[in-house]
Design a protein around this ligand. Structure first.
Ligand code: MTE
Length: 316
């Protein structure tokens, strides 16, 4: 999803780099540099969480995996977080993200708009852990233990009015903190959206932690979305606002390149990206490619959401 102003859309890094070179780089990262990464992960927020007692949260056994959990040294060192740069190694730059205090605003077509601190929200709703697959549109994937709460519980708190049809998610906007936001050709802030029915689906998850501790910055601290049946760009990070709206939100990637990144973005191996196949995916931390599954394997839970919408571009 790399973009340069002068040259338009570029191919993703994993296609631009010969796979063998890429994999040996990752092996190196998993070894020597992995140590440095591990110490970065063991930072202050994890200690604070242990004190607060919120993590690790009890695991919800209804969400299981067909593959091993991706070790954190891989998933935590291969991230998309354009606010901090277009490379996958945004971990050092994302250290600049200040997450305490952090409040999230709930507004739009709701009974009464409100703003709440993330810690208060967690206390109010409670946390659980779920094992989810994550499939990036760039054809890599991972499997991670997210901690958070169902988005439907936030919807219930918000009490949307009858005119609310969509939920819009907005990331922070702070050019001083996030160097990527000084790149004026991106339509900041990062916006994503779901229909209200999608937001109410039990799989839609608000994430505050991973690997049994609060989110490290590069994963989108302190609160992000996870919608595992959709391409990863739908799972917006570091949210400051959730708005209930009547019109379909214009999303960040759609605003940049609507032919390649649409609103629905449901995973489908049979529908290629205009520049690469979506038939299979590279599993982070392994040298394996595995077949991609429709709705990323979550069809049973979500296919019904799209009955009657077959004329939409559901898989772009
Ligand atoms: N959210 C924000 N605010 N900025 C981003 O650049 N990238 C998206 C998504 N959410 C992105 C974002 C993309 S393309 C993917 S694949 C996932 O975050 C990556 O999540 P991860 O880095 O935790 O694996």
């Amino acid at each position: 999803m790399y973009i340069k102003r002068q040259r338009g859309w570029e191919i993703p890094e994993h296609l631009a780099t010969p796979e063998a070179v890429f994999l040996s780089r990752r092996t190196l990262l998993g070894g020597a540099a992995g140590l440095a990464v591990a110490s970065a992960f063991g930072g202050g927020r994890a200690v604070a969480a242990a004190e607060s007692g919120a993590y690790p949260a009890p695991q919800n056994g209804a969400y299981t995996l067909d593959r091993p959990v991706t070790p954190e040294r891989y998933s935590g060192d291969y991230n998309n977080f354009y606010e901090f740069g277009t490379s996958k190694t945004v971990l050092p730059a994302a250290n600049a993200l200040k997450t305490d205090p952090w409040t999230i605003k709930i507004d739009g077509l709701v009974e009464k708009p409100f703003e709440i601190g993330v810690e208060d929200l967690i206390r109010k709703i409670g946390l659980e852990e779920r094992l989810y697959r994550h499939r990036c549109v760039e054809a890599w994937s991972m499997a991670v233990p997210w901690t958070g709460f169902p988005l439907s519980k936030l919807v219930a708190l918000a009490k949307p009015a009858s005119g609310a049809k969509y939920v819009q998610f907005q990331t922070f906007l702070d050019k001083a903190m996030a160097p990527g936001q000084r790149q004026f050709f991106y339509p900041w802030p990062y916006i994503e959206g779901l229909t209200l029915a999608e937001a109410d689906n039990d799989l839609a998850f608000m994430v505050t932690g991973v690997y049994g501790k609060p989110l490290p910055n590069q994963f989108g601290a302190p609160i992000r979305l996870a919608v595992p049946w959709k391409y990863g760009f739908k799972s917006a990070k570091s949210l400051v606002k959730v708005s209930f709206v009547a019109e379909r939100p214009k999303t960040f990637w759609e605003g940049l390149q609507s032919a390649e990144y649409g609103f629905w973005a449901n995973v489908n191996p049979a529908v290629s990206h205009p520049r690469w196949s979506q038939a299979s995916e590279r599993v982070l931390g392994t040298d394996q490619r595995v077949p991609t599954l429709i709705y990323n394997g979550y069809g049973e839970q979500v296919a019904g959401l799209y009955k009657g919408l077959e004329k939409e571009r559901l898989f772009v």
